[in-house]
Design a protein around this ligand. Structure first.
Ligand code: C2E
Ligand code: MG
Ligand code: MG
Length: 681
């Protein structure tokens, strides 16, 4: 600390002539205010010499100031130097809100003189008066004996009021008086300054927050009263409050979902990590669940986003009722909720929990006069004692959720290692499919469909094929699923459509009897906004007449939004394209929607054909499907015919068309002309 860096740092004119000096010095060593004999002629005056010795870090004066700053208590020393009058130095510290010494009042005066104490005090008063803070002194009874100019202004008192007597308790609110009394009693007994915040009150009743420091005043060893300093901290308080409020708002926005007021993903992850630590310490299992609403997009699309929001809010409230206080229920995003459930015992607890959550959807929601039926899928993982972290657990629950979504039998799935392996395979396949698409590694095989009455090939199904990177065939069920999950089905589907149309035209150009080529369409493809345009564009590009194209869709493709599906189908039907319903019987068949769809054919799934004749149940089922189809004027195609018995059985039931290994396995395009010529005799 360099106390005064040169005589220029303060103006000599600020000091009166006299025998002592009083200056205020801040923590950076700057002179803040001062009074005393500092006229041009008084440079040789002993107190001034003392002041200038502050330049010297080793001087007694400098040491004294450093001590006061470091200790925060008043220090006093008499300095005797050869050929100089003894000087007394007193340093009184002042503090900021944190109790740090920010200012010291340095009083320097000749030690031996009579009445020097009074003189010093007068000098101090002058220095105090120039302070922008409130400085006051009281006697032992708490009567204010001195108040600097700023004090009087701040509290709206005059010198006369002061002379008539103001008690220190008069400058704080009534409710604060006891506390102020305690502070003063403490300060009287202490060597250090004691501080506390109060609600101060001016004469007119105006109140403000004040920070009060009090330190005992002594004459020798005798305590004579208190010196106090009071700072108006209303503005800091207001700023602090504003900061606290905005901090709270920020915290809320950072940790809570604004729609449902549930914790968001960030808070969920924090709580999950904490729960995990507790579970590890107590060696108790813990479950993480992710719940995803089925077809929530459809609600948004058909009833509007506002209703969608209401659904999420109502579901949140229902779920909240089902979880315990110490569990964390959060909205991860969109229609996904997550739950940390601590102290989960065995697997059956998890089953029960899944059931309970699922039951939250049993009752329909009533929103703006709409009755909304909802279901959900739940992915669960149970942490036992392995060293997984929160992220891993959430990922496992998400994998289980994915699994649950593909399940027909159950609405929930509990994570296991097999799922993880499948997931890894999916990741690998996703990458390989992307590369295969870039390198044109997909190709088509074609399987003929025979008219059972005439025995003629009347159609051909195009089926995608892929020899994976190691040259082994990857089943379409596998790569189609991954392509659907990863959105790559758009590119793959476009290739299949393009290639099938182009190939069909090539056969026609070779002079073969024209037949329909049927192309399988996935849900993701069908629901694309530009699906109709893409199909028409492909027909345009390839030059195939629309009447020779058939699109195979499954129930799941149309179920999501039946009205939109009908619109799409009608547009294409108007162009001459026909539709068949693939894998019929495996989905949630509903006669009602079947009636509405502009279909041409029903394809009975292979699983019902497999063990007929013989399996009475399937026989009956196939019979009723055929009857139903006829009543709706639909043609029927039986898939997976492998035996003559199967064919004859279906012939008796008047099924229209068959497709299966009995006629031909799916074959490359080159093998089709021979099959066509043969069937046409
Ligand atoms: P799908 O549309 O039901 O196709 C019929 C499946 O049954 C084909 O399997 C076919 O090879 C098989 N199959 C036909 N006759 C018989 C038989 O007599 N016995 C047996 N065991 N199987 C028979 P594949 O080619 O493995 O295709 C499986 C599924 O993959 C298809 O079922 C279809 O859902 C999907 N798929 C294939 N290609 C495409 C495509 O280009 N796009 C889309 N979206 N899906 C495709
Ligand atoms: Mg098919
Ligand atoms: Mg099928």
């Amino acid at each position: 600390m360099s106390i005064i860096s040169g005589s220029d740092c303060f103006s000599k004119a600020t000091f009166d002539c006299g025998e002592g000096i009083c200056v205020l010095i801040d923590a950076d060593g700057r002179l803040v205010a001062g009074s005393g004999p500092m006229s041009q002629e008084s440079w040789e005056h002993p107190p001034c010499k003392s002041l200038f010795r502050l330049h010297d870090r080793c001087s007694d004066e400098h040491c004294l100031i450093r001590r006061a700053f470091a200790s925060g208590v008043p220090v006093e020393n008499t300095i005797i130097r050869p050929e100089e009058d003894p000087m007394t130095l007193r340093v009184l510290p002042f503090y900021d809100r944190q109790g740090r010494t920010t200012l010291v009042l340095l009083q320097i005066g000749p030690a031996a003189r009579q009445g020097h104490g009074d003189y010093i005090e007068r000098c101090a008063e002058k220095a105090f008066d120039s302070l922008p803070q409130t400085v006051f002194e009281t006697d032992l009874q708490g009567r204010i004996t001195y108040a600097n100019r700023h004090s009087l202004e701040k509290f709206e008192y005059t010198e006369t009021d002061l002379a008539t007597g103001i008690q220190i308790r008069d400058v704080v609110c009534e409710s604060e008086r006891d506390r102020l009394q305690q502070l003063f009693s403490l300060a009287l007994k202490s060597d250090k300054a004691i501080s506390a915040e109060f609600r101060a009150k001016a004469r007119s009743g105006t109140t403000f927050y004040a920070l009060v420091y009090a330190i005992a005043l002594k004459e020798g060893d005798r305590v004579t009263g208190l010196r106090g300093m009071l700072m108006d901290i209303s503005r800091q308080k207001a700023t602090e409050k504003a900061l606290r409020d905005s901090e709270q708002r920020y915290q809320h926005a950072a940790y809570y979902d604004p729609l449902t007021q549930l914790p968001n993903r960030v808070l969920f992850m924090k709580r999950l990590e904490q729960s995990l630590e507790r579970a590890a310490a107590r060696r108790l299992p813990l479950a993480v669940l992710i719940l995803d609403l089925d077809r929530f997009k459809r609600i948004n699309a058909s009833l509007g986003n506002e209703c969608g929001d209401q659904v999420l809010i109502l579901i949140s409230r229902r779920l909240e009722l089902l979880v315990r206080r110490h569990d964390t229920l959060a909205r991860l995003n969109g229609d996904e909720f997550a739950l940390v459930y601590a102290d989960t015992a065995e697997a059956n607890t998890v089953d029960l929990l899944a059931r309970r959550l699922y039951d939250a959807f049993a009752e329909p929601l009533l929103i703006a006069r709409h009755t909304v039926y909802l279901t959900a899928c739940i992915g669960i993982t149970v942490w036992q004692k392995d060293a997984a972290n929160g992220e891993t657990l959430l990922r496992q629950a998400a994998i289980a959720l994915n699994e649950a979504k593909t399940r027909q039998d159950k609405y929930y799935a509990v994570f296991d290692q097999e799922m993880q392996t499948r997931r890894e395979t999916t990741f690998l396949l996703e990458k390989q499919i992307r590369e295969a698409l870039q390198q044109n590694c997909f190709y088509l095989h074609y399987q003929p469909q025979i008219d059972l009455t005439s025995g003629i090939v009347i159609g051909i199904e195009a089926l995608a094929r892929w020899n994976g990177p190691e040259g082994r065939q990857i089943p379409p069920d596998v790569f189609i699923r991954v392509a659907e999950e990863t959105g790559q089905i758009h590119a793959l589907g476009a290739f299949v459509l393009q290639e099938a149309c182009a190939q069909n035209l090539r056969w026609q150009q070779q002079g073969l009897p024209p037949i329909r080529v049927s192309v399988n369409i996935s849900a993701g493809q069908f629901s694309q906004r530009d699906f109709v345009d893409n199909v028409l564009q492909t027909l345009d590009d390839t030059g195939l007449d629309p009447q020779w194209l058939e699109l195979e869709i499954t129930e799941s493709v149309v179920m999501d939004n039946i009205q939109a599906a009908i619109t799409t189908m009608l547009k294409l039907k108007d162009m001459g394209i026909c539709f068949s319903l693939d894998d019929f019987g495996t989905g949630h068949s509903s006669l009602n929607y079947l009636r509405q769809l502009p279909l041409a054919k029903l394809k009975i799934d292979r699983s019902f054909i497999q063990d007929i004749p013989g399996n009475r149940d399937n026989e009956k089922l196939v019979f009723s499907i055929l009857t139903l189809a006829r009543s709706f004027n639909l043609q029927t195609v039986a898939e997976g015919i492998e035996t003559r018995d199967q064919m004859e059985f279906l012939q008796q039931l008047e099924c229209d068309i068959i497709q299966g290994y009995l006629v031909s396995k799916p074959v490359p395009a080159e093998a089709i002309p021979a099959l066509l010529r043969e069937s046409n005799g």
